[in-house]
Every structure is written in structure tokens, then in C-alpha cells.
Design a binder for this molecule. Structure first.
Ligand code: ZN
Length: 169
């Protein structure tokens, strides 16, 4: 059964809705390449894990998570314009990254890594959006439990899954 300390493999289809565009297809994880996570390690949304608890291999699930319990609200102030010159300083390679749709890892004032997507490039500079891609979206998962196994002690101490579909280090 799905419970704390087990490595769970799931397939799922994810549809998302931000209330404006209606329900959109977002991601499909097939049964032959399941998503693996360590239950009890905070690696998936708590509401998601809670709805899988007690299920067995072969069971299907259907989970709705409103945006407050997923990636949170969309914040206008997480959009910013960065001068093109700031990218030039980093060298030629970064200049090549300047394309709309490109996601670039950067650091905030506190030194945390945050990812920003380039939404526009114009005379003002590079317009970037640091909201998570699914900020403001409700999530609807339809899926199936593919595998359940005991986690290795090392996986529990690291707080993540090792091996195929997990961390390699
Ligand atoms: Zn590890």
C-alpha cells in the first residue's frame, strides 16, 4: 500500500485550468516510464500524496488540487525587465539564450536559484516572468499506481528516490 517510506511509481495525465482559458492538457506520464516519488518526503504536494495513501498497485486515482494547494497565485510583481547588457556581461553563450520561451536559471537577492521565462525581448530589455509555469492554475490528475516498493535507508536519509527514474549520484 502507499504509505510513508515507500517508493511509489505512478502514471498520470494532468490537465490544468486557470479559469480564463478553460481546461488544457499539460502533461502525460505513461505507464512504461512512471514518475517515482518517496512517500513522506514532501516531494509532491501534500494534498496529492494524501489522496494516494492506502492505495495499491493497479488502483487508479483522480485528484483535484486548487491553485492555493499547488503552485500558488500568479503575481504580477514576479515579472521584471532586465537590461540586455546584463546578459552580454555573461558572454556570447548567454546572448544565444535570449529567445522568447527560454527558461533561464538566475539568483534572487538572497542567493536562491529561481527560474525565469523570457516572455518578450524589445527596446526596454529582456522581459522575464519568475512565476512558476503553473502559478494560478488548478490541477486535475487522472492516474494509476504502477509500482510500490520499500525505500532503501539511503533514500530515506536523502529524502529522494535513487536509481532509474530517480537521482543518480
Ligand atoms: Zn540521494
Amino acid at each position: 500500500m502507499v504509505e510513508k517510506g515507500k517508493v511509489i511509481g505512478i502514471s498520470y495525465n494532468l490537465k490544468v485550468d486557470n479559469g480564463e482559458t478553460g481546461m488544457q492538457q499539460w502533461e502525460n506520464v505513461p505507464e512504461n516510464a512512471p514518475f517515482l516519488f518517496l512517500a513522506g518526503s514532501d516531494s509532491v504536494f501534500p494534498k496529492f500524496e494524501a489522496s494516494l495513501l492506502g492505495k495499491s498497485v493497479g488502483d487508479s486515482f483522480s485528484v483535484f488540487i486548487d491553485f492555493e494547494n499547488a503552485y500558488g497565485d500568479y503575481f504580477e510583481e514576479r515579472k521584471t525587465i532586465i537590461p540586455k547588457a546584463n546578459f552580454k556581461q555573461e558572454g556570447k553563450k548567454n546572448q544565444d539564450m535570449l529567445r522568447v520561451g527560454k527558461v533561464i536559471p538566475m539568483q534572487d537577492e538572497k542567493g536562491n536559484q529561481i527560474k525565469g521565462e523570457i516572455t518578450k525581448i524589445d527596446y526596454l530589455g529582456v522581459h522575464m516572468d519568475f512565476n512558476p509555469p503553473l502559478a494560478g492554475y488548478d490541477l486535475s490528475f487522472e492516474g494509476k499506481i504502477i509500482s510500490i516498493r520499500d525505500a532503501e535507508p539511503e533514500e530515506i536519509s536523502h529524502g529522494h528516490v535513487h536509481g532509474p527514474g530517480g537521482h543518480h549520484h
